[in-house]
Design a protein around this ligand. Structure first.
Ligand SMILES: Cc1ncc(COP(=O)(O)O)c(C=O)c1O
Length: 395
């Protein structure tokens, strides 16, 4: 039995996405910048996809959407596109639970003399809007706060945060990569200036994303070249996978309500099933939460006593045919605690022992029940083995 529960890492491309990509790659392979028939056919495909993706986020004008190579590039374009307009370092505000595609550019700016405020979060991973109010300065030029946190599933109060930034005349960006296709998105209602998306998180193909830039907001391109994407993202567009992005955006929009309700039901069932396991603590916010996202870490006592890390659990579940992911990262062979769980004030042992199970279109009730049972058995076995080992050593 094989159960994939890592839909936040990537989603299997829908058959409709593959069909679109194949059709376009074989029939409309022209360069969309070319003026002849072949080019103009590809340009039409591109503009259809732009409309479809714009529809998913409620952007009335499709020309506010700029295709990129993915969510990472969209995030970098937002951060550097805004900040590189200033000849002198200014002030940037992010949260302490950003994806590395925001956290690392911010760190790079800091090395270049920019002042970066990382807003603290509570135990559930939420930012307090009052903290944003307090952090704004005369020289703040951008606020970037992740909408749906990928590791712990917490949703931020984006509408409220964006309003605070807007009232202060500061641009507001959100990384909505994990939210798109899972919850309704409406850039106007949210009041954001910039918003990042990625195709492979919504059953499209890897290698394409988009940045929404509200009309009238000026940013600079990251690289020079042929001036594609309305001069903001040079480089010939990957038309077949962009077309597939359009296809899945439209389907996601149609299926959004039913699918997010279904996922929410499965998510809560998995939380309940694992709730009896005294060694596990649910992480993130249970109320303000991505509908497909379940995450836990080990209690400090269990993690210290057993020496189990998130990686151990990922490996053990993989042996049982179940694919999940761990929060902690491995740098140069050394496991480091998850920066997200650390920012949420979890002790180091727990921050090394975080896991994430993310559900999707193919996930069934049986998958959820089976996974909960297998995880419970693995934990019992690992704890037991460890205790027996210790007994043997002491004897
Ligand atoms: C919240 C978030 N932002 C950005 C990214 C990067 O997206 P991409 O893989 O398309 O570069 C990811 C991917 O894991 C993500 O979860």
């Amino acid at each position: 039995m094989q159960i994939y529960l890592d839909y936040s890492a990537t989603t299997p491309p829908r058959p409709e996405a593959i069909a679109t990509m194949q059709t376009i790659a074989s029939q409309q392979w022209g360069n969309p910048s070319s003026l002849h028939t072949w080019g103009q056919q590809a340009a039409t495909v591109l503009e259809t996809a732009r409309m479809q993706v714009a529809g998913l986020i409620g952007a009335v004008n499709p020309e506010t959407l700029y295709f990129t190579s993915g969510g990472t590039e969209a995030d970098n374009l937002a951060i550097f596109g805004v900040t590189q307009q200033y000849s002198q370092p200014q002030h940037l505000i992010i949260s302490s639970v950003e994806h590395s595609a925001i956290a690392e550019p911010a760190q790079r700016l800091e090395q270049q003399g920019w002042q970066v405020t990382r807003l603290a979060v509570n135990r559930q991973g939420r930012v307090d809007p009052q903290d944003l109010k307090g952090a704004l300065q005369d020289n703040t030029v951008l606020v970037s706060i992740i909408y749906g946190q990928s590791e712990v599933g917490t949703l931020q109060p984006i509408e409220e945060l964006a309003k605070i930034a807007r009232n202060a005349g500061v641009l507001f960006h959100t990384d909505a990569v994990q939210v798109a296709g899972r919850l309704p998105l409406d850039v106007k209602r949210l009041g954001v200036d910039l918003l990042s998306l990625s195709s492979h998180k919504i059953y499209g193909l890897q290698g394409v994303g988009a940045l929404y830039i509200r009309g009238g907001v000026k940013i600079l391109p990251l690289f020079g070249g042929g001036g594609q994407e309305m001069s903001l993202r040079s480089g010939t567009q990957a038309v077949p996978i962009i077309a597939a992005f359009g296809t899945v955006a439209e389907l996601a929009q149609q299926e959004l309500m039913a699918e997010s309700d279904r996922l929410r039901g499965l998510r809560d069932r998995l939380f309940d099933r694992l709730g009896d396991c005294s060694d596990l603590i649910p992480t993130g916010d249970r109320l303000h939460r991505l509908p497909h996202h379940v995450s836990f870490c080990l209690t400090e006592a269990a993690a210290q006593k057993s020496g189990i890390t998130g990686k151990t659990l990922v490996r053990q579940l993989n042996l049982a045919g179940i694919g999940i992911s761990a929060g902690s990262a491995c740098h140069s062979g050394k496991l480091s605690p998850s920066p997200i769980l650390t920012a949420m004030a979890y002790p180091e042992a727990s921050a090394l022992a975080g896991i994430r199970l993310t559900l999707g279109r193919d996930t069934t009730t049986a998958d959820v029940d089976w996974t909960a049972m297998v995880l419970q058995q693995i934990l019992d076995r690992l704890q037991c083995t460890r205790n027996n080992l210790q007994l043997t050593m002491y004897n």
